[in-house]
Design a protein around this ligand. Structure first.
Ligand code: PHE
Length: 484
């Protein structure tokens, strides 16, 4: 079995998964929309009390079980294999549209380098978003096909330090801008009145789980490539702190520019692709800053897409017994097909479903609801159905952190996930900060439910047809029959 070549390589790959476009503009947008500094209180609680325990559980299970997300569920009960595959489908669907946005970041890097920053209205009215989506998907597939050492860790070791370095330089540049102090004040002035709002807490939890890529089997998969006997809680602390650090740093880059050029601080994705390019055009050395900014976005995004693809590739490879390269080609092809409608919706083809852009639709369905649902399934299955002794011994004995992690994952995390998801669905409606792309429109509850159902049905039909065409025994292939 493949293994990380060092602890540092594992950490950088895990940080690469966590640090993504979520840190660069989603965090600052959510912070700005929710009372600035005061938002940090629920966010830090969400990270350290809720997301981190689940992360410890995830990595530990990966390291102990040495399997994929599917075989981990199968270990508990062969029937739970369905949940494992369901989680894979959710990850792959999120990946399919996350790659579209990754494509935009690559497109903006290349176009800014070649000419001037494009207007988003022009960019999204061409076929370029589709082309860059295809390139981003192929790059992700290529890296994954090279494997854990030569692919995933090598790219993370280069891109993550590069991201931090570029952000540090950009933040230093930001201190020279006249809007620096205003930006700083905006980010850190607390408005404690917002703490009474339950939706704010919901937003903080959503952001924490999303930003740390926790509850979807990604860290479990990365954990399987770890050497045994490592201090996992310390690693999760490092990953969480690094994720937080990059989010702050990105805020320190974005807000001084926003206030110097009179842009709207809460515009989210629109800010990155519409307003900031206008500011870059007016800044001294603006072209360099623009290229660096979009390159950081692309680097951050691509290390996240790689981690998502690895979940699907590892699971499929294990159950079909294919080589890594063959499985990666199949998964890359599947994702190209799945993501194409989302890519086309923000292109001159303007693909829509009843007036809703497909990418907005995906963000509203799998993006908004998929993550809490999968984190819920994950914590409930492992914390409730795995024998307590197994859990305790995996977590280093009954007296250690198991005392905290087990009750948190059994009662508190599922409770909070259920409550915040219900609150989010019920109140709805315009809470833009729960989306991957702040600013996408709310498409309506009925549409969301129908959308989720349609997506699940389509995925199942696809899997079954593909299997039938190959003449394989689906039950056995998916692991219902056999225990590995
Ligand atoms: N954590 C990534 C980000 O902040 C996004 C992500 C979510 C990656 C879920 C993998 C899984 O952008």
């Amino acid at each position: 079995m493949e293994r990380w070549s060092s602890t540092g390589a594992f950490l950088l790959a895990a940080i690469g998964s966590a640090v993504g476009i979520g840190n660069i503009w989603r965090f600052s947008t959510v912070l700005g929309q929710n009372g600035g500094g005061a938002y940090l209180i629920p966010y830090i609680i969400a990270v350290f009390v809720f997301a981190m325990p689940l992360m410890i559980l995830e990595i530990t299970l990966g390291e102990k079980f040495r399997g994929t997300i599917v075989s981990a569920f199968r270990r508990i009960n062969p029937r739970f294999v369905v949940i494992g595959w369901f989680l894979c489908v959710i990850v792959v669907l999120i990946l399919s549209y996350y790659l579209v946005i990754t494509g935009w970041t690559l497109g903006y890097t290349v176009l800014t380098l070649a000419t001037d920053a494009p207007l988003f209205s022009e960019f999204s009215n061409s076929l370029l978003p589709i082309a860059f989506f295809v390139i981003a998907t192929l790059v992700t597939g290529l890296v994954v096909s090279f494997g854990v050492n030569r692919g995933i860790e090598r790219i993370s070791i280069i891109l993550i330090p590069a991201c931090v370095l570029i952000l540090l330089i950009l933040a230093a540049y930001g201190t020279l801008l006249p809007g620096f102090y205003q930006g700083l004040t905006y980010m850190f002035t607390p408005d404690f009145s917002v703490l009474a709002d339950p939706l704010l807490w919901g937003a903080a939890f959503g952001q924490a789980f999303f930003s740390l890529s926790v509850g979807m089997g990604i860290l479990l998969t990365y954990g399987t490539y770890m050497k045994s006997g490592q201090h996992i809680p310390r690693f999760t602390l490092i990953i969480s702190l690094a994720d937080l650090f990059v989010a702050f740093l990105a805020g320190l880059v974005i807000f001084p520019i926003v206030f110097t050029f009179g842009l709207s601080p809460t515009a989210g994705a629109e800010l990155a692709f519409t307003s900031l390019p206008i500011a870059f055009a007016q800044m001294p050395a603006g072209k360099v800053v623009a290229v660096a900014f979009f390159a950081v976005l692309f680097f951050a995004a691509i290390t996240s897409t790689i981690s998502m693809m690895e979940v699907g590739v590892a699971a499929l490879r294990e159950s079909l017994g294919w080589s890594r390269v063959k499985t990666t080609i199949a998964v890359t092809g599947g994702i190209l097909l799945l993501g194409l409608p989302s890519a086309m919706s923000y292109s001159s083809l303007a693909l829509k479903l009843d007036g809703i852009k497909i990418l907005d639709f995906m963000d509203e369905t799998v993006g908004t609801l998929g993550l809490p649902v999968s984190a819920l399934l994950f914590s409930v299955t492992f914390a409730w159905y795995l024998p307590r002794e197994t859990l305790e011994s995996a977590l280093g004995g009954e007296d250690g952190i198991a005392r905290w992690i087990i009750p948190l994952c059994r009662y508190v995390i599922p409770g909070v996930l259920i409550m915040t998801t219900i609150a989010r669905i019920a109140s709805g409606l315009g809470i833009t900060n729960t989306y991957l792309l702040p600013g996408t429109r709310y498409i309506g509850l009925l549409w969301q439910l129908e959308g989720i159902t349609a997506i699940v049905v389509i995925s199942l039909v696809l899997i079954i047809t593909a299997c039938r065409l190959r003449g394989c025994n689906l039950r056995k292939r998916l692991g219902f029959g056999s225990r590995k």
